[in-house]
Ligand binder design. Structure first.
Ligand SMILES: [Zn+2]
Length: 87
């Protein structure tokens, strides 16, 4: 019996492309080199597998979060992006 389809997880093993998740992530905000997305499909976090609420994607060398969430925060690196996962 397979449980492969139990949780849909954000897969960043080949990098992150928002277009792969167009129906599952809603764009809330976009600035020069970063964007904030809302998880609409209970996608699992690439770091801890738990569903997350918000995703911040940055292509820059550094990133600033004005009001970090009180809950769990995971950081995931791909080749050219930094992902901040807020639960
Ligand atoms: Zn996480």
């Amino acid at each position: 019996m397979s449980t492969d389809t139990a949780t849909d997880r954000l897969d960043v093993s080949d990098g992150f492309d928002v277009h792969d998740y167009r129906s599952k992530l809603k764009l809330l905000r976009q600035t020069g080199d970063s964007m904030t997305l809302e998880n609409r499909a209970e996608l699992g976090c690439p770091a801890c597998d738990r569903p997350f609420e918000r995703l911040l994607v940055s292509e820059g060398e550094s990133l600033t979060v004005d009001s970090p969430p009180a809950g769990r925060l995971c950081v995931v690196r791909t080749d050219d992006r930094t992902l901040l996962v807020a639960h």
